[in-house]
Design a protein around this ligand. Structure first.
Ligand code: G1P
Length: 292
């Protein structure tokens, strides 16, 4: 089984759900506690052994790449001032030389199209896709998916149950049997953003994928799906019957930072996990809610 070395991060979106915040600042740089949402995804990929970070970016969003550069002047300044912790944090954020690849998506034609834009950088090997809107922690999702993929191959897609009325917001898995002890759910299909009445289950796709290179064959066709966009979900569905396709039931903590409520909740939840903030934040929230 080929090791998963490459990860694609689709980051070209306009971030319209968060306007006006995203007029001048890419939504992927919106801060959850002390780091941008995109950094959570990059750290998760790193924990899974990823060595090549492929950003599918678009015009006007180069601040994204800059965030993962080294800034030697800043590092020197922090070092001189003895700000060791900050220095460490800044160094940790950087992607090492030669491990960041930026490809362009010229038009917002959909997630499937964004992933297709990375085809030459990925080449003929299995790879991961991480949607940075989704912050998945405790434990991070991708390392376990990569381990599960080693035993089944094909495509492995992270899933989590959602309330039935929310199926319209997500890709939904069509399971072909029960979840195994390893968290894997065999799949016979998947549908992008179905109405609750048409949803094959309530297992939503949560933005982490391990995919075989064959997915590019379906994406090559450029077929439009839900919302008139080229959908990654539809391309993966075309692998069913050809290669094994599994859901991977994620048991950790999920924050959908692509929605306003998810983003605000992520700041609260991850803020509360910080020892230096917990006590003060808890007291403040009690006070705010009038229960303390
Ligand atoms: C995308 C995918 C969808 C997935 C979701 C996870 O939708 O198309 O299948 O469930 O991310 O957040 P988007 O949120 O970009 O509309």
């Amino acid at each position: 089984m080929t090791r998963i070395r490459k990860a694609v991060f689709p980051v070209a979106g306009l971030g319209t759900r968060f306007l006006p915040a995203t007029k001048a600042i890419p939504k992927e740089l919106a801060t959850v506690v002390d780091r941008p949402v995109l950094q959570y995804a990059v750290e998760e990929a790193r924990a899974a052994g990823i060595e090549e970070f492929i950003f599918v970016n678009s015009l006007g969003k180069s601040a994204l790449e800059n965030h993962f550069d080294r800034d030697l002047f800043l590092e020197q300044t922090l070092e001189k001032k003895g700000k060791t912790k900050l220095l460490e944090a800044v160094r940790e954020a950087a992607i090492p030389d030669g491990q960041m690849i930026v490809v362009r998506q010229h038009a917002p034609l959909g997630l499937g199209h964004a992933v297709w834009c990375a085809r030459n950088a990925v080449g003929n090997e299995p790879f991961a896709v991480l949607l940075p809107d989704e912050v998945l922690v405790d434990p991070p999702c991708l390392p376990a998916m990569v381990a599960a993929h080693e035993s089944v191959g094909g495509a492995v897609l992270a899933t989590m149950p959602v309330a039935p009325e929310l199926t319209k917001k997500y890709g939904i898995l069509d399971p072909d049997g029960a979840e195994g002890a390893d968290g894997l759910i065999p799949a016979k299909g998947m549908v992008e953003k179905p109405d609750p009445a048409e949803a094959p289950s309530n297992q939503s796709l949560i933005g982490r994928y391990v995919l075989p290179p064959e997915v590019f064959e379906a994406l090559d066709k450029g077929e439009r799906g839900a919302g008139g966009e080229i959908q990654l979900t539809d391309a993966i569905a075309q692998l069913v019957g050809r290669l094994p396709v599994h859901g991977f039931s994620f048991k950790g903590e999920r924050h959908d930072c692509g929605s306003m409520d998810g983003f605000v909740k992520a700041n609260l939840a991850l803020g509360l996990k910080r020892e230096e903030l917990r006590e003060d934040l808890t007291a403040y929230m009690r006070d705010l809610l009038g229960s303390g």
